[in-house]
Ligand binder design. Structure first.
Ligand SMILES: [Zn+2]
Length: 177
């Protein structure tokens, strides 16, 4: 079952996704495909609406910080189902983010430096993680996706206006594809 990525302009990216009541074989299959795709593309995170499913599910790695200041995904990807975020840190930090649904775009987004996430895994078990730094940022970016929010909604207005043409181009080209 090949995954079809969705891009800026697709209404599924602007829809508040539905909770997953039962982890069906279809949910497991989609999560498996998403994880495989992430391994292949060395991504940090991918949310179900980005592959056309309006589900409250995303995949994320908890990356390692390299001595050169760059982050690297690990070989481990976690599945978060029906995630609930809480206790965001008061302290924030700003960093450029990228998104598979917005090819070529980088957005400076300010987010809390830490957050707690409670979610369900594919076996139906609930887990809680308190995340910091890039891991927290990834989970917040992906959690935005399942609420129909994109990183461009959180970037400085001036920066957002500067990429208007680029955004329209993505929507136009991808809709025609
Ligand atoms: Zn994204």
């Amino acid at each position: 079952m090949p995954l079809n990525l969705t891009y800026y302009g697709d209404p599924v990216l602007r829809t508040r996704a539905e909770p997953i009541e039962i982890v069906t074989d279809e949910v497991k299959e989609v999560a498996r495909e998403m994880t495989a795709w992430m391994h292949e593309h060395q991504g940090f995170g991918l949310a179900a609406p980005q592959v056309g499913y309006s589900w409250r599910l995303f995949i994320a790695t908890l990356p390692i910080l390299l001595p050169n200041g760059h982050y690297q995904p690990t070989n481990e990807y976690f599945v978060f189902i029906n995630p609930k975020l809480s206790s965001p840190a008061k302290e924030t930090w700003t960093r450029a983010e990228a998104c598979f649904s917005l090819p070529g775009i980088h957005a400076h987004v300010t987010r809390p430096i830490a957050v707690t996430v409670e979610a369900m895994d594919l076996e139906g078990n609930t887990f809680i993680k308190t995340l910091e730094g890039m891991a927290a940022r990834i989970v917040m970016h992906e959690n935005d996706h399942i609420n129909g929010v994109l990183m461009i909604d959180r970037m400085p207005h001036k920066e957002r206006r500067a990429i208007d043409v680029q955004l329209r181009k993505i929507a136009k080209e991808r809709a025609a594809a």
